[in-house]
Design a binder for this molecule. Structure first.
Ligand SMILES: Nc1ncnc2c1ncn2[C@@H]1O[C@H](COP(=O)(O)OP(=O)(O)OP(=O)(O)O)[C@@H](O)[C@H]1O
Ligand SMILES: [Mg+2]
Length: 255
């Protein structure tokens, strides 16, 4: 299998706090790789480093064979590594279709001269992007609400829309930050089904998630972080049978 992303010995300090302490992980194309670990393990910090939101203090990150260590987020996302945010962003009064269209890459409409002097090209491109947005909505089971304002969506639909925005960018790897946090178990399963379908279509994901049912159903392999390091990697079954992993979680039983 082809390795898409690799982090080697990454570290990050915040003042006296070591959030990530020489962690390594890799994501192969066509997988939904899970990143789990107890609270404070460094998962979000790692995520922010991989997507360029934070610069690492040490270590190396390569994506599709390119060294992207320390690159700003925008440059990283242009290479095809995109992320979603835990808090759904966006413009509440736009429709689902419009808000998906906003995230299409390289639009000629970005260039105001094209819009003014070559309106036919602009309209043609608009139609193409609308068709792609409809296709993405279909994959996410959002076709029925395509013309609804995003503010009227349910919590679960907003999460799906956030994934849809990431897909519009035609990414090679999508980092998902807790895709089922705060949604009920039945909806979690729906979202997991959608993600599994996207993986079968060839998309690749790295997912941070606390919900173990979802991780068990969806993620293979699973990387476990604890105290800023990668502690174990393997199938969900393998890592949960690992003694060191069990100890790491036991030390952090949620109150
Ligand atoms: N901006 C920051 N400033 C100071 N300390 C930070 C900062 N961000 C994270 N930390 C600390 O770094 C450590 C790792 O935090 P991080 O948020 O990466 O963990 P996490 O695995 O995502 O945890 P959780 O599962 O609770 O979201 C924690 O001790 C946290 O308090
Ligand atoms: Mg976190």
């Amino acid at each position: 299998m082809q390795e898409l992303l690799r982090a080697n010995g990454v570290s990050k300090h915040f003042g006296g706090v070591t959030a990530v302490d020489g962690a390594s992980l890799s994501v192969e194309a066509g997988t939904i790789t899970g990143l789990i670990g107890p609270n404070g393990a460094g998962k979000t910090t790692m995520f922010n480093i991989l997507s360029g939101t934070l610069r690492p203090d040490g270590g190396q990150v390569t994506f599709a064979g390119i060294d992207i260590t320390g690159w700003p987020a925008e440059r990283i996302s242009r290479t095809g590594l995109t992320r979603t945010f835990q808090i759904a962003r966006g413009f509440p009064s736009l429709t689902v279709l419009e808000s998906l269209m906003l995230y299409a890459p390289g639009q000629a409409g970005d260039d105001i001269r094209t819009a003014i002097f070559r309106p036919s090209r602009w309209r043609e491109q608009d139609r193409r992007i609308a068709a792609r947005a409809a296709e993405v909505a279909d994959k996410l089971r959002l076709t029925e609400v395509l013309d609804n304002r995003t503010e009227a969506l349910s919590g679960g639909q907003k999460k799906l829309l956030e994934i849809g925005r990431a897909l519009m960018a035609e990414p090679r790897l999508i980092l998902l930050d807790e895709p089922v946090a705060g949604v009920n178990p039945s909806l979690s399963r729906d979202i997991a089904d959608v993600l599994a379908g996207l993986r079968d279509d060839g998309y690749t994901f790295l997912v941070v998630e606390h919900d173990m049912d979802t991780v068990a159903r969806l993620c293979d392999p699973v990387v476990v972080m604890a105290e800023g390091r990668d502690l174990a990697t393997g199938s969900f079954k393998e890592v949960t049978a690992n003694r060191a992993v069990q100890d790491a979680y036991l030390g952090h039983v949620p109150a």
